[in-house]
Design a protein around this ligand. Sequence first.
Ligand code: ADP
Length: 498
Amino acid sequence: MKNWDEQLDLLIRARAPLIWIRSNEEERLEALLEKVAERLKPRRIATWDYIDGLKGVINSEGLGARQPMAVLQWLQKLDSNSPTILLLKDFHRFCEDAGIARMLKNLSGQLRQQPHTIILCSGSWSSTNDLDEALTVLDLPLPKEKELRTLLSNIAKATGQTLEQNVLEELSHACSGLSEIRVRQVAARALAQRGKIGREDLIEILEEKRQSIAKSEVLEYCATKSTTDDIGGLDALKAWLDQRHQAFSDEARKFGLPLPRGVLLVGPQGTGKSLTAKAIAHSWSMPLLRLDVGRLFAGLVGASEARTRETIQRAEAMAPCVLWIDEIDKGFGGDARSDGGTSQRVLANVLTWMAEKNSAVFVVATANGVERLPGELLRKGRFDEIFMLELPSAQERISILKLHVRQRRPHLNLPLNTVLDRTEGFSGAELEQTVIEAMHLAFAERRELQETDLILAASQLVPLSRTAKEQLNSLKEWASSGRARPASLKVNESINLF
Ligand code: ADP
């Protein structure tokens, strides 16, 4: 795919009359457009905003202040000998007006014969229906590392400081994922506090990133301490993950391996799907971003797609990272009739991204059921693998119970055979619950935990497998049709991934 500059140059040269650049970074866009004008000489850049009117055109400075229609009329009459790229700021607000919308449509026809281009810039805009035909949409990606390097070294230079190459690289690497405005803010704070920027700002930058994720309504930055050692059983899944982790290395790239895409984990509640997502991120030393699918759809109709794009952009900018799409079946299982097809369109956006992505964003999607799981998700090429997490086998129950007892009473070595018989059909979460309940029993009498406590606690718990039999059966049936790979090894099965 062409890079962003090339795409924009091409659009302008091909006389796309109206281009909406989707971004909130107005200042950065202006600087980028200056460079476009350099490349596409003799084109010049003019800007317009509601307060100051036209800028960048001798003799017409200030034209059209508080008069959006006037600036369009100016462009309409503009001579072909002065090819102009006109950046209209906040103009999406005026497009609601019937007159302005009509004028833009008329202009878009006319501009195909003329070397002028209108550029609109805003982060989101939901009411484009009327102008859809005339508009070309282009997303402005967050600054690339090279851009960040130039930005940081310019900031340093402006304060009479020269950054060492390795510090500059570390800083710009850390800043990836932040908009130019945010990088400037971090730098301004550093300059105000210490009069210079340097390695000391790395922590601040990470914090800024965390906050920029926090400001995103859809993504949540999850702190996690769990590792794959905290997962009992699921040995086939763990071995597979180990293998995929290696595929992130430069060595794997040189070997010709593609970057891993992601994994879909399907299984009843409490079988360790979320735990696995957290453990992957921690074991691979990558940040874990949890995507709340429900929030993608909250708010205005039409906003969901913009939010999806923004979310994907943010996640990509954080790469390498793990993007955890929790309960993907609930989020995308929406009824097309009830939401005007929004969930279908958003799902399509996500799927296209997953199929085409070549960034180090490892997607871990989790689903409790299969009834509402969109079929498109299961097609080859979306995920590297689909795993079915079943209720733990006897062998797995032992290791899960041991794990949870050891986490709380590290020196205790209890016999667990009897409890094992009483916990058939228990999920990992229910086994953990059993251990906690048993500990309550022991603690109430201020004594050490005993096997009998575990047995009593287990007898008091009604596992989900007893109450939600049907759901479990349908999951089992689905898994046995060969669409998913078992996450657990069968008894006596050895790890053989190939
Ligand atoms: P799910 O996402 O599948 O509904 P979770 O991962 O949220 O289940 O499980 C809840 C808790 O149950 C975990 O945090 C963990 O303490 C415990 N648990 C579940 N499965 C396992 C397992 N295989 N090994 C160890 N603990 C587990």
